[in-house]
Design a binder for this molecule. Structure first.
Ligand SMILES: *Cc1c(COP(=O)(O)O)cnc(C)c1O
Length: 359
């Protein structure tokens, strides 16, 4: 068996050390005589797993006491609805920044609950950039501002944190834990786990405590942050195994030296890949340099006729899942925390060799 370098946008690679530990603990978790999958979520063994995972996440992300952490289901897509349901209060408007495919989905869902004011959009630039904040049309009475710090499909990342005096809401699905961030600046941060955290089925929500408890009366109780905050995310059966595996990933991040160290590695991996793209006239990335994502790197070949050959030959080198999103075409290399630097080195070497033979 040989493991590949998997450039999938999500579900994505997990650290090998984490998978090995899960394998080793699969049949008998630490002398309990059972798999984590078989444990009651209310039993003392599982409670210890859940609490440690939460604390490690708080440590890794430096989450202040003002904020709570929820382990939910429903994906980032459910947060598109939970955010307006919980944060609108008596307001009827919310501000959204439109920087790509995921922003658009968040906006479409929010329109079911309120008037959405799109403060800025980069659609005319084909989502290749982030509109500067001084060009935004903020509304005077929005309940919150929502943005997508990293657009997973377009490969566009905000080079700044918006500065607003209403709660700031961020869909960090594909950028969470890629570098240190100041959590205190945010009202809500949410992320589907399957990109940079763990397996699919778990959704992380970090929410400022004083924003909890204001959900719309129409909100289903499972869509009310208070339901989960008041029950340690165990109002009903949580995704226990995904929570456990996420916990192993948080511990792994700590072992790597935390997010400062992870950020150094991520920056180096991204700059190697963009460097190779920019140094060639065969490959191109359309994104404004300051807005290039560290995590998702789309690129096109000079001749799209070569796409299939590129993918096929890359696969033979154990470099997989490089096909770009259907809406963008070309290639996309997702290089989350679990992608070893050796994977990026191997991709760059393959790209250079492919160009030599076909350029
Ligand atoms: C993947 C992704 C989503 C959707 O996540 P689900 O967990 O599948 O609902 C939303 N936003 C961003 C930025 C994503 O990358």
């Amino acid at each position: 068996m040989s493991r590949v370098f998997n450039f999938s946008a999500g579900p994505a690679m997990l650290p090998e050390a984490v998978l090995k530990q899960a394998q080793q603990e699969m049949l008998d978790w630490q002398g309990s005589g059972m798999s984590v999958m078989e444990m009651s979520h209310r039993g003392k063994e599982y409670m210890s797993i859940a609490e440690k995972a939460k604390q490690d996440f708080i440590d890794v992300m430096s989450i202040p006491d003002t904020h709570d952490v929820l382990f939910l289901q429903g994906g980032a897509s459910s947060q598109f609805a939970m955010v307006p349901l919980n944060l609108l209060g008596d307001k009827t408007t919310a501000d959204y920044v439109n920087t790509g495919a995921w922003s658009k989905k968040a906006i479409a869902e929010a329109k079911r609950f309120c008037d959405v004011n799109v403060v800025a959009t980069s659609e005319e630039q084909k989502f290749s950039t982030v509109p500067a904040q001084d060009s935004w049309n903020l509304s005077s009475d929005a309940a919150y501002l929502h943005y997508t710090p990293n657009e997973t499909i377009g490969g566009v990342e905000f080079p700044f944190i918006p500065d607003v005096n209403i709660p700031l809401v961020a869909d960090m699905s594909s950028t969470i834990m890629s570098r240190p961030i100041d959590v205190s600046k945010f009202g809500v941060i949410y992320a589907g786990a399957q990109k940079n955290i763990g397996p699919a089925g778990l959704t992380m929500v970090i929410v400022q405590k004083d924003l909890i408890g204001k959900a719309s009366k129409q909100a289903p109780s499972m869509f009310d942050y208070a339901t989960h905050a008041n029950n340690d995310s165990m109002n009903n059966t949580p995704p226990t195994y995904a929570w456990y595996l996420a916990g192993l990933v948080f511990a792994w991040v700590k072992e790597q030296g935390g997010l400062t160290k992870i950020a150094e590695i991520n920056e180096r991996k991204a700059s190697k890949l963009y460097g190779a793209i920019d140094a060639s006239s065969f490959y191109a990335n359309p994104v404004d340099v300051p807005c290039r994502s560290w995590m998702n790197v789309p690129f096109i070949l000079a001749d799209a006729e070569l796409d299939a050959k590129f993918l096929e030959e890359a696969k033979k080198e154990n470099l997989t899942t490089l096909k770009g999103h259907r809406s963008v075409g070309g290639m996309r290399a997702s290089i989350y925390n679990a992608m070893p630097e050796a994977g990026v080195d191997a991709l760059v070497a393959f790209m250079q060799d492919f160009e030599k033979r076909n350029g």
